[in-house]
Design a protein around this ligand. Structure first.
Ligand SMILES: [Zn+2]
Length: 114
């Protein structure tokens, strides 16, 4: 819902929407921020085909941004599906939290945030 759509709702409606959004948050313990990437990789052996551009892989990595810097972490195929699920649940929860924050901002503007 856009900011102007939110501003058209009553305080009672904002509270109801906020409650519905919060009820849809799920598996907070599984929160895993980041993006899964698939990348090819060069090895250390000199004469290998990867030196001619035929990279090994692709391998899966989790790109994360934390503490002001970004890095990537290798994700083994054994945990790839689980990691993808955690990342997806987290993405959905972040969307819900972003809208809850917009609602609270609107309530703050109206001096109705309690
Ligand atoms: Zn190689």
């Amino acid at each position: 819902m856009t900011v102007s759509e939110l501003s058209a709702l009553s305080v009672r409606q904002l509270h109801a929407r906020r409650r519905r959004l919060a009820a849809r948050l799920s598996d907070l313990e599984g929160t895993l921020r980041g993006v899964l990437l698939s990348k090819g990789r060069r090895c250390s052996s000199e004469g290998c085909r990867c030196r001619r551009g035929e990279l090994h892989g692709p391998y899966t990595y989790l790109a994360i941004y934390a503490g002001g810097r970004s890095r990537t972490i290798y994700v083994s195929s054994a945990v790839r599906a689980a990691a993808a699920e955690h990342v997806e649940v987290t993405r959905r929860n972040e969307e819900l939290l972003a809208e809850i924050s917009q609602i609270n901002l609107e309530l703050l503007r109206r001096r109705a945030l309690e």
